[in-house]
Design a protein around this ligand. Structure first.
Ligand SMILES: [Ca+2]
Ligand SMILES: [Ca+2]
Length: 275
């Protein structure tokens, strides 16, 4: 056993004592403890791993927060495109049926083994369309499972590389999803998930690792530019569809595989702090 093991920055024992004390103190004192911090606008809610994984990001806002998160999430294990198949079978497993995955846009539960190129099989959708920044499927953004999801092959094809915005005609094969010539609107239950995946990609990829600097903007029709729109709509979706238990569970599963997290699932309020 090492004699010089560094002490943890936060003492687990102290946290436990504080929690026990809070139960006993009068409610007025609790209210005082929970008053907003004087630093103001960046309202911070408690999230998992605040004392460890996120300790260098806490208390920051705007560009400083984005830079801190970039450093944190860039430390990761990277998968090959082939390894993505098996990873998605874990991260997107149907909680009601361990032999199936749940498809992103249709919400359909489908056998894990029914993947491939057939029109109604499932394949690997790049929510940040890979042509936006032209990163392909070599190890990097194209194999980052934070934004890779099982989807119906032909629905994936209908989404294509369109930017995200509201409006259009309903997608026949995927009710609740809408599309027109230049944009795609996912169903309500995954709107926030899509927003948080896109914004994770913007924070993770800053042009310092051989791939383009991915950033959102407020337009559609971005083509092959390393941009996805529209940020004003994504921000709205992040608010309307907050992270649920399933999305949080997926983030934990990815943390086990890639060893990095999507900060906006843990702290959705950071979206408005940065953008
Ligand atoms: Ca959701
Ligand atoms: Ca970026």
């Amino acid at each position: 056993m090492s004699a010089h093991r560094p002490s943890h920055r936060r003492r687990r024992g102290a946290t436990v004592i504080l929690a026990a004390t809070a139960v006993a103190v009068p409610s007025a004192a609790v209210a005082t403890q929970q008053a907003p911090s004087p630093t103001g606008t960046a309202r911070q809610t408690a999230g998992p791993l605040d004392d460890t994984y996120y300790q260098d990001a806490l208390g920051k806002s705007g560009a400083d927060l984005k830079a801190a998160l970039h450093t944190i999430v860039s430390e990761q294990t990277k998968l090959s495109y082939d390894e993505v198949w098996d990873a998605l079978k874990t991260t997107d497993e149907d909680p009601a049926d361990p032999s199936s995955v749940v498809l992103l846009y249709t919400g359909r539960s489908q056998s894990k083994s029914d993947n491939g190129g057939g029109a109604d099989q499932w394949n690997r959708e790049h929510v940040w369309a890979k042509s936006h920044g032209d990163f392909g499927t070599s190890t990097g953004p194209g194999t980052d499972i934070h934004h890779l999801r099982p989807t119906d092959v032909s629905v994936n094809s209908t989404r294509g590389s369109k930017d995200f915005d509201e409006g259009g005609g309903e997608v026949g094969e995927a009710p609740g999803n809408y599309t027109d010539e230049d944009s795609f609107e996912p169903r309500d239950a995954v709107k926030g998930d899509v927003a948080r995946m896109i914004l994770y990609m913007a924070v993770r990829y800053d042009g310092d690792d051989g791939f383009a600097d991915l950033e959102p903007n407020d337009q559609v029709g971005n083509g092959s530019a390393p941009a996805i729109g529209r940020i004003s709509v994504l921000k709205q979706w992040n608010t309307e569809d907050p992270p649920d238990a399933q999305e949080q569970k997926r983030n934990e599963a990815i943390f086990g595989i890639q060893k990095n997290r999507n900060p906006f699932i843990d702290h959705p309020e950071w979206v408005d702090s940065i953008w």
